[in-house]
Design a protein around this ligand. Structure first.
Ligand code: HEC
Ligand code: HEC
Length: 214
């Protein structure tokens, strides 16, 4: 009887505390966990998620958590990074598989989202004026400012490397990304990449994206 009462009292206390108390502490624990998990990412993506061309690893700092989570899940399930020609994706996929515990993906994604976006220098030859015309097709989902739109499931395109953007658009065009039958979001993007007529058009649209403010 007494044990029951004590248990009830503890339960009541916990319930009361959960209204006001523990939420920030849980959030802080998650942030710590995200930071700890991120240590496995820095060897390729850099200390601040700023990316590293030699590792083929793009800037990921400041990408929204919903998008990072989805990509990590895609790598984990093999929707992304399993195609025979996906050399960069095949480097990333085993890393996603180290996020094994429940909540790992969400914690590291929140940490990535909290990092200030990078501002990489352009490296490719492209014509931003022609790119601006081509970018008209992209506005509906990625926004005129390239900031992305969660409602359309479209990530931001600013704050990334031009070589990475070029590779992804080419991957979509060639069916290296977005062609898996389970890839509902890639299926939205793939036909859009195919509207770009040739390699130079891809470079031009990327050159324009690089002129957009971070
Ligand atoms: C061995 C190097 C390596 C490590 C370690 C690594 N990555 Fe990656 N990551 C890559 C490469 C290479 C790509 C680019 C894949 C591509 O081009 O499709 C990538 C891509 C990504 C993307 C997709 C970005 C986008 O815009 O779609 C995310 C998100 C990501 N990594 C997160 C992480 C996280 C989080 C960790 C740590 C748990 C991590 N990576 C560890 C190499 C690595
Ligand atoms: C119908 C909506 C839609 C349109 C229009 C669209 N996209 Fe996308 N795009 C998406 C979605 C959704 C994704 C995310 C796919 C995923 O989750 O793997 C995406 C992803 C991308 C990526 C990969 C980003 C990364 O971090 O890996 C690039 C690059 C991209 N789009 C460029 C473009 C360009 C350039 C255009 C115009 C030619 C365009 N998109 C038009 C919906 C769209």
């Amino acid at each position: 009887m007494q044990a029951m009462t004590r248990r009830a009292a503890v339960a009541a206390l916990l319930a009361a505390a959960s209204v006001a108390g523990p939420a920030p502490r849980v959030a802080a624990e998650d942030a710590d966990r995200g930071a700890t998990l991120f240590r496995y990412c820095t060897q390729c993506h850099g200390e601040q998620g700023e990316g590293n061309a030699l590792a083929l690893a793009p800037a990921i700092a400041g990408l929204p958590a919903w998008y990072v989570e989805r990509q990590l899940e895609h790598f984990r399930s093999g929707i992304r990074g399993r195609h025979f020609d996906d050399i960069a994706g095949m480097r990333m996929r085993p890393m996603s598989l180290t996020l094994r515990k429940e909540g790992d993906v969400a914690a590291v994604a929140a940490y990535v989202a909290s990092l200030p976006p990078a501002d990489p220098e352009p490296t490719l030859e492209g014509d931003p004026a022609r790119g601006q015309q081509l970018y008209a097709t992209c506005v509906a989902c990625h926004g005129a400012d390239g900031a992305g739109n969660q409602q359309m499931n479209a990530p931001p395109l600013t704050g990334s490397h031009d070589w990475y953007l070029e590779r992804q658009i080419q991957n979509f065009r060639q069916g290296i990304r977005g062609a898996d039958p389970a890839d509902t979001f890639g299926a939205l993007m793939r036909p859009m990449a195919m509207t770009l007529p040739d390699d130079q058009a891809v470079r031009d649209v990327v050159a324009y994206i690089m002129t957009l403010p971070r």
